[in-house]
Write a protein that binds this ligand. Structure first.
Ligand code: NI
Ligand code: MN
Length: 224
């Protein structure tokens, strides 16, 4: 699969004839170069309902006809806005045409917050995607948790996408510990630098992890 970093926690995956986007926070993201109007995909995967993850998902789904895959609460919330959804829940897996998706636990919040209301959207998730014999783990927003060892035991993780921005999620030191727990072959930092509150130098993460970590530039594509 080809993995492209679009900034914050947003990644674009191409696998065979399928195209996926995870947490498409683009139009309101000061660092994103890609625009939602240019995204072509058949599936949109969402880790939780916060705006910097749900982002432009509805608009992209409406325009492309893509199916949104997320937790039951986030999926139902999106479904009410007239887009195709596939609801799942943490611990469950499903075989899609592009490969297998399993949702994992994540320790964080999940809500859609507008000017006049807060809609709570259940528990946040991490996402495991297995396609072409490779497994990618997108941790979503989360604290460090010991069950990451179990996640790494149940699936051989080729690439782990881990939040390092601190304040709302793991910081670089905890994220480096997560790489050990997960026994991931390659770790890529995300969820940093977008806002002042998460303005963390990713080299702090890379130095702790060593050769198994690399920073992806915004817009960069790697083959997994
Ligand atoms: Ni969040
Ligand atoms: Mn976030």
């Amino acid at each position: 699969m080809q993995l492209t970093y679009l900034s914050h926690s947003c990644f674009y995956l191409e696998t065979g004839e399928h195209r996926l986007i995870i947490d498409p926070f683009l139009s309101a993201n000061p660092r994103a170069k890609a625009r939602p109007e240019d995204i072509d995909c058949d599936y949109i995967l969402l880790t939780h309902g916060h705006d910097d993850h749900l982002g432009d998902a509805i608009a992209i789904a409406r325009r492309t006809g893509a199916t949104i895959i997320s937790t039951f609460e986030v999926a139902m919330y999106c479904g009410r806005q007239g887009v195709k959804v596939h609801p799942m829940q943490q611990g469950g897996a499903w075989n899609f045409p592009f490969g297998r998706v399993k949702l994992t636990i994540a320790h964080h919040g999940s809500a859609h917050i507008t000017e006049d209301e807060i809609v709570y959207l259940g528990n946040p998730a991490g996402i495991l995607i297995t396609t072409g014999g490779k497994t990618l783990y997108h941790a979503g927003d989360t604290a460090l948790f010991l069950d990451m060892k179990l996640i790494g035991e149940l699936d051989r993780i080729d690439v782990a996408l881990l939040p390092i921005g601190d304040n709302f999620t793991m910081g670089p030191e905890d994220a480096a510990r997560a790489v050990e727990f997960l026994n991931a072959r390659l770790a890529i930092p995300m969820h940093y630098g977008t806002f002042d509150l998460i303005d963390v130098d990713p080299q702090r993460f890379v130095e702790r992890v060593g050769a198994d970590a690399r920073v992806m530039a915004i817009g960069e594509t790697i083959e997994i």
